[in-house]
Design a protein. Structure first.
Length: 131
């Protein structure tokens, strides 16, 4: 299993911003720091704003981002679950499932348990824990 670039970049953004609690951070700063495409980063930041993890202030001068909530209140598992497509296999998505063995398959339960364990492990940590 591999996290998407969107989730990877989102976690990096949250860490970067959390390490600078009294600053308004620009997407340009983060883009340069991590060597990430600015256009991709803008999308990531907008998503984090819509999820209420970041406060976004527009403007060339005086604009930027900051954490919308305390790092202790940002659960890593919740962030990953909100951003990551967690349909590990086709049958996890009832709308797109066309697998003919779904009704008798024991693999689905095993993979669901593994997914639950993965998220459960991540939910034990907050952004503050990994700063």
């Amino acid at each position: 299993m591999q996290l998407t670039l969107n989730t990877d970049y989102s976690l990096r953004v949250l860490l970067y911003v959390a390490e600078r609690p009294n600053e308004l951070i620009s997407t340009k700063d983060i883009s340069q720091h991590f060597g990430i495409s600015h256009n991709h980063l803008v999308k990531v930041v907008n998503t984090l704003g819509k999820l209420n993890y970041l406060t976004l202030k527009r403007g060339r001068y005086g604009g930027g981002m900051s954490l919308a909530i305390k790092p202790e209140e940002i659960n890593i598992g919740d962030v990953v679950n909100a951003l990551e497509p967690m349909d590990i296999v086709e049958c996890f998505n009832s709308e797109k499932n066309s697998c003919i063995i779904t009704s008798n398959c024991k693999l689905k339960g095993l993979l669901a348990k593994a997914k639950h364990s993965f998220l459960s492990e991540l939910r034990q940590k907050t952004l503050a824990d990994i700063l």
